[in-house]
Design a binder for this molecule. Structure first.
Ligand code: HPA
Ligand code: ZN
Length: 341
């Protein structure tokens, strides 16, 4: 299914190409644009509770993480077949290319699909089909990160991991997402130990709506390699010192933080303070179909709202490759490409 490049990003690429970057915090289900949602609804005979794309867009006003998640999970009803997942990922990759993304580490939420009767093999098979063509079609290298829904039980996460075992050669890391408060990382100690024993990397959302204590747990109980979001770490000096000392990457999502009211105003975002503190911070889009921008749109927004200069933007792009799950030769090649920009 063809994807429609947005006018603004087409205009931007006509001027100067966007900075080469890696996107490390991107939920593939959060790239479901209204146009594709309606097309898939029709293809699969699924009735959406919205008459038009404009009606649907009007629902994109969120009070908090949960109000977003309600819509995010509801719209997934249109994703049923391998083709659907392949089309979804392909549409994202086409947009990512326009945004200067050279490497994408892509989250997916298997439990949100298996709970609706879609087999995990259908989900991974469809995504893998698009990802296998990403280098050739878009010049983008890719990884898949399988997330557990933290508001489901630890047993469900474990069963999901066991169901994914036949596909682990396609999966680079496990992650943890969905409603954060009340679901601390320690709940998932066992399944993370299994993932690590199977040779997977580990990441977790922490410190988005949840307290700094959840970031500590993600580090010390789950042993994560990166923290997703982590903006609330700034409330805890000792935690910042730890993250700086170990150079733990934080995958920050500025437009998401504003849309989900984690931050009141982009002009108040702690990103500059995080950079100043020496944190290994990256900028990402999270759920770009819902939050008003893809990867480079987030770079442009923080430049404009926070006055970040060219050097700061380059640092963010450099950090994205430093924090990526890449072999050292590929990482060096991407950093060289960035230096030549
Ligand atoms: N936070 C938690 N869970 C999510 C998010 C997020 O920003 N996006 C999709 N699932
Ligand atoms: Zn996220």
């Amino acid at each position: 299914m063809p994807s429609a490049p947005s006018e603004s990003s087409a205009a931007a690429s006509a001027a100067k190409p966007p900075l080469p970057k890696a996107e490390l915090h991107l939920h593939i289900e959060g790239t479901l644009e209204p146009g594709l949602a309606f097309a898939l609804a029709e293809r699969n005979g699924v009735q959406l509770p919205y008459a038009t794309e404009e009606d649907l867009r009007r629902a994109y006003s969120f009070a908090d993480l949960q109000s977003f998640l309600n819509l995010y999970y509801a719209l997934m009803a249109v994703l049923r077949t391998e083709d659907d997942f392949a089309d979804l990922a392909d549409a994202y990759l086409a947009r990512a290319k326009e945004q200067g993304v050279r490497h994408a580490e892509i989250f997916f939420d298997p439990q949100a699909h298996t709970a609706r009767g879609v087999p995990i093999g259908t989900v991974i098979g469809g995504l893998a089909r698009a990802l296998d063509r990403a280098q050739e079609n878009y010049g983008i290298s890719t990884r898949l990160i399988m997330c557990f829904l933290r508001d489901e039980s630890a047993e469900s996460a474990r069963a999901t991991f066991e169901a994914a075992r036949p596909y682990l050669d396609r999966i680079t890391a496990v992650g943890l997402d969905s409603a954060e408060v009340g679901h601390p990382p320690s709940k998932f100690r066992e399944v993370y130990a299994l993932a690590r024993a199977a040779g997977l990397k580990c990441v977790a959302h922490a410190g988005e709506e949840g307290p700094p204590a959840y970031v500590w747990e993600a580090l010390d109980v789950l042993g994560v390699d990166r923290i997703d979001h982590g903006v609330r770490s700034m409330e805890d000096e000792a935690l910042v010192a730890r993250l700086v000392a170990d150079q733990v990457p934080l995958t920050v999502c500025p437009l998401s933080n504003v849309r989900l009211r984690v931050i009141d105003d982009l002009a108040d975002h702690p990103l500059p303070a995080m950079l100043d503190a020496g944190l290994l911070v990256t900028v990402n889009s999270d759920d770009p179909a819902y939050f008003g921008g893809y990867a480079d749109d987030n770079f442009t927004a923080v430049r404009d709202a926070l006055g970040l200069d060219e050097a700061a933007l380059r640092t963010l792009a450099r950090n994205s490759f430093r924090a990526a799950f890449l072999d050292e030769a590929t990482r060096a090649a991407y950093l060289k490409e960035l230096d030549a920009y």
